[in-house]
Design a protein around this ligand. Structure first.
Ligand code: HEM
Length: 439
């Protein structure tokens, strides 16, 4: 294996994770309709963690691969240490395989989203430490003139180390013994490490838009730095809308409510300005990277509207624990994270002339199928969530089984839209994998 190919290995394994994540999502969605489907081999309580493991791995690996690649393109930075990248890659691969094996063999120990045995904490931390060491060694010489995306990537790595550790504090006797502190900490850490990977992904989006528009001033602008500090504030305090229903100190909720959704409004405004000011020529140079980023902008907008609504405490009471929350998390991880990362990968391939006209056409077709289905999928999640919220608050005469049964046809539609979404994404991902295989 060539050392300079490692960024591509991260991206390739990220895309493979997406393929597997989509498959697990489809199987889990089918179990909504036929609950006994492959239940003895892969029950819902194993498929769901496998699905989230694969899609989160996709986001992290694609972001990390992109960052290594972009750092290698900076002529003023010190070269990256290839041994550290190699170590990072293999630690993550082996740990990932270990976690998959644990889930498939029904060995769960952790908390929501991190359901694996806690000893996996150590190799995961080691991987992030190697990444951080390499990152800061490479970029420290240019520290004073860092563009905003370097700040975002650096902060994302440091906070990921911190919040991933925080997410494991429940192992300490103090948290184990106090239910409220335990659950508050778990949800807080969950919100904050999503904030940390968002720093990596949003930093990537700013890098890509600066490069596509060939305008370096963007990444040094006041607006971009304002966005960075706002993102940081959100990362540190914005998690509190996750814990509205827990009886914690009221000021925590007020602070959270005040700052909650500001971050995305700025991201929306940056992408909007960028799109407005782009010349026709730049758009034709990067047709795919541009299309993915433009679509991400549309989904940022839709998610702002939803997030603003569900951050209102009285609405949150109604939506918490329903599929409206799933619409929020899937809406952002698919509509924002996934589209930005696909824009980053296609930017890398378009800037090196690796995508043929034919492949571009196939990917564009896949994107149309994906987006049409995703709109339906997202709206259905909202509808199913609203029905669940109504049932929980106002319709206690119906048993849970009867209520689930009444949703049967909505689940069928949900699955059909999910299938459409996966078909569109598979078209895109397999085309990208074909190109990456020839590298
Ligand atoms: C890029 C693609 C995808 C991403 C990033 C993604 C992301 C996620 C995330 C983050 C969750 C956890 C939601 C939460 O806890 O609030 C989730 C749950 C789920 N996803 Fe996906 N997803 C993707 C595609 C799909 C597809 C195509 C299907 C097919 C039907 C699907 C079906 C499900 C199901 C059934 C759940 C469990 C919801 C529940 O707890 O009842 N996902 N997904």
């Amino acid at each position: 294996m060539k050392n300079n190919a490692y960024p591509f290995y991260f991206i390739t394994i990220g895309l493979v994770s997406l393929v597997l994540g989509l498959l697990c999502g489809l199987l889990a969605g089918f179990q909504y309709i036929v609950p006994d489907f492959i239940k003895t081999v892969l029950p819902f309580n194993a498929l769901r963690p496998l699905h989230t493991l694969f899609v989160v791995s996709w986001i992290l690996l694609a972001a990390i691969g992109g960052i290594y690649y972009y750092l290698g393109k900076n002529p003023n930075a010190k070269s990256l240490n290839p041994k550290l990248i190699q170590g990072h890659f293999w630690i993550f691969i082996l740990t990932g395989l270990g976690i998959i094996f644990s889930y498939i063999s029904g060995h769960f120990e952790g908390k929501e989203y991190l359901e694996f045995p806690s000893y996996f904490y150590f190799p995961i931390m080691l991987g992030w430490l190697l990444f951080g060491l390499n990152y800061f060694k490479t970029t420290k010489a240019s520290f004073k003139s860092w563009p905003v995306y370097y700040w975002m990537w650096g902060t994302g790595i440091v906070f990921m180390l911190y919040h991933f550790t925080e997410a494991h504090l429940w192992l300490l006797p103090y948290f184990k013994g106090h239910f409220i502190q335990n659950i508050a900490l778990q949800w807080k850490a969950g919100g904050s490490y999503v904030g940390s990977w968002n720093m990596l992904v949003y930093g990537t989006s700013l890098y890509v838009i600066a490069k596509i528009s060939k305008d370096a001033s963007y990444a040094h602008s006041k607006k971009a730095f304002f966005f960075y500090f706002l993102g940081l504030t959100n990362l540190m305090f914005g998690w509190a809308h996750h814990i509205y229903i827990i009886p914690t100190a009221p000021w925590i909720r007020y602070v959270a409510y005040a700052i909650s959704m500001t971050e995305w409004i700025i991201l929306f405004s940056i992408l909007y300005d960028w799109k407005k000011n782009l010349s026709k020529e730049t758009i034709t140079n990067y047709p795919l990277a541009y299309r993915f980023m433009k679509l991400a902008n549309f989904w940022v907008f839709l998610n702002i509207v939803l997030a603003l609504l569900i951050s209102i405490p009285s609405i949150n009471l109604f939506t918490h624990g329903t599929h409206i929350t799933v619409a929020h998390s899937m809406g952002t991880t698919i509509g924002i994270n996934t589209l930005i990362l696909l824009s980053s990968i296609t930017y890398i391939l378009e800037s090196t002339n690796l995508i043929s006209v034919n492949a571009t056409r196939k990917i564009q077709l896949g994107l149309r199928v994906f987006n049409f289905s995703f709109v339906g999928f997202w709206l259905l999640l909202l509808l199913i969530g609203a029905k669940k919220g109504y049932w929980t608050c106002f319709n206690s005469s119906l048993s849970f089984g009867e209520f689930q049964h009444s949703l049967h046809w909505l689940y069928v539609l949900f699955f059909i839209f999910g299938l459409g979404m996966a078909t569109g994404l598979y078209r895109i991902v397999f085309e990208l994998l074909k190109i990456l295989k020839c590298q």
